[in-house]
Design a protein around this ligand. Sequence first.
Ligand SMILES: [Cu+2]
Length: 605
Amino acid sequence: MTHPLDPLSADEIRAAAAILRAEGVARPDWRIATIALVEPRKDVVAGHRPGHSVLREAAVTAWNLREGTVIRAVVSLTGGSVLDWAIVPGVQPNVTVDEWHECDAAMRAHPDVVAALRGRGIDDPSLTLVDVWTYGADAPYPGRVGWCDVWLRAAPGANPYAHPVAGLKLIVDLNTMELREIVDRGDPGRPEVTGEYTADHTDLPTREPLRPLHIHQPDGPSFALDGYGLTWANWNLRVGFTPREGLVLHQLRWDERPVAHRLGFAEMVVPYRDPTPEHADRTAFDIGEWGLGFMTTSLTLGCDCLGEIRYLDACVNDSAGEPVEIPNAICLHEEDDGVLWKHVDGERGAEVRRSRRLVISSHVTVANYDYLIYWRLYLDGRIECEVRATGIMVTTPFVGEAPEYGTVVDTRTYAPIHQHFIVARLDLDVDGERNTVVMSETELVPDDPTGMGLRQRRVPLRTEQEGIQDVSWATQRTWKVVNPERGTAYTLVPGAAIPPLLPEHAPVLRRARAIAHQLWVTPFARDEQWPCGEFVVQSAEDTGLPEWTAEDRGIENEDVVLWYVFGIHHVPRPEDWPVMPVDTVRFDLKPTGFFRSNPALDLPG
Ligand SMILES: [Cu+2]
C-alpha cells in the first residue's frame, strides 16, 4: 500500500522512463539526469488515509546529447501519461554517475592521455583514476564540459587519492566524451607518501583489539516500522528518500502534534580556497551536481550501525532511466545516550533517567569524500542533526616552499583549505502550518546599576528580507519558530555555523549566495526546493534563495520554511591524512515552550 510520500519504487522509475521513451526521449541520443517523486500538495498528503488510492507523479529531467536540449517533464505514473513538458534553456542538468564512469574509462583509453601519462613515467593507465569535476559559468568550451584530476594507484586495489598526477588536467566534453584539451602545467613529481589506509597496502601493525562490546535488545527495538512510517516513543514520522537530497524526514509529530513537515539537506557547496591553477576551479555542489541520493552507499551491520538495526532500501535512476537499487541505504536504530536528567537530593539520594535516541542515518560517498548523516530524535522532544565528514582529502605535491593555502600532510604534499557548506531545508510546522520565526537574543539591561541584568530581546521576522540572518555569538542568537495562536515553539539552535569568507568578486559567491548568511526564511512554496537554483552545473548566478527572497514576501504567521546554513571550515590537520577521522558538526531543534515542563518527567525510573 503506497503512501503519497513513499519514495519512488524501481517499478515506478522504470515506468517514468518508459513514458518518456514513448515520446522519443531515449538512448542513444538522450540521457536521463533525474527521476524524482513529485510530492503532492500538503493538503493532499494531510487528507490521505490508509487504503486511499494515491496519484503518483514523477518529475524527469533529461537532455539531448547531440543538441544539448534540456527538458523537464512531469509524468503521471498512475495514468501512464505526460502531464507537463518544457524545454529549459541555458542550463545543464546534474552530472550522472554514468558520465563519471564513462569519462574515467574514455580518458584512460585515450591515446593522448596515455601518451601524457607515459611522459610522466606511468605506463599502466589501468592504475589511474580520472575524476571529473564541473565548472561554473567559466567553462573554457561550449556545451557540457568537465575538468578532470588524474590519480594513480600504487598497486591494484590501492588508494588512488594517495597519488595525484599533479599539473595534469583533462578537459572533456561530457556529451561526446571527447577529450577537448590536455592542460599540462609541468610535473612536480610524485613524492613518496604514506597514503594507504588499508591493511593489505600498509605494513602498519594493528593495535591490540579492545574486548567485545555487545548491544543486546532481547525484546527487539522499541520502534515500529510500517512501510516508511516510523513510530518510536512519543514520535512518529515518515522516512523519505530522493535522488538529489538522499535521506529526508516527513511529518514529524510528537503525540500527534505536528513539529515538522519535512527536514532534509537541499544543497552542499564545497569551495577549495586555493587560488593556484591546480585548485581554482575546484568547487563541488554535492547535492545540485551529484545528488546525495545517487551517492548513497549501502550500510553494513556491525560496522556502520551497531545494535538492533532495521534498514530501508532506496532506489535511484541511472542515465538510461533504469532503476539502481541501494540495499540498506537508510539505517534505523536506537542508541543509549547517557543521562537525560538527574538530581541528587541530600535526603533521598539520586533520581536519574537515562536518555535514549532514535537514529535515522544514511552515508554518502562523493568520490574522495564521505558524509555520514544522522537525524536523531530524543525523549525530551529534541531533534538533532549531525554530519560527520570523513574520507580522503584532496592533496597536491609542491616543489620548494609549501604554499600558504593549506597544510603540509606528507612529504612535499599539502592539503588545501576548503569549506563544506550545507544548506538544511527545515519545513517546520509547530502545532500546525502557521508559524512565525522570532529572532531571540540576549542583551544587557540598560542603565542597570548592578551590571548583572540580562534580558531577552525577541524580534519577530516579518518579511523575507528580515528573515536573512547571521549567527551572533556575542548575543547567543537563536531562532524560535512560534505558533502564534498557541504560543508553543521549537527553536533552531545554530551549531557549526561557518563564515563564507568570499569577497563580492568571487564567482562562487554569485553561484551560491545562499551561503552568505546562516538563516533564510521563506513562505512555503512547492517549487522552491533548491537554494542555489535547480541547475547548478555551470551556473553563473544563484537562482534560488536570493531570487525568491527578493520579492520580500511576508513570513509572519505563515507556513514558513527555514534554510539553515552550517558546515565544516576545514583547515586540514596532519592527522586527517591519509583518511580523516570524522569531523563532526551538528545543530539542534529544541522544544521551547512546546511543553509546559520537562516532557521526560514521566520516564520510568
Ligand atoms: Cu573537508
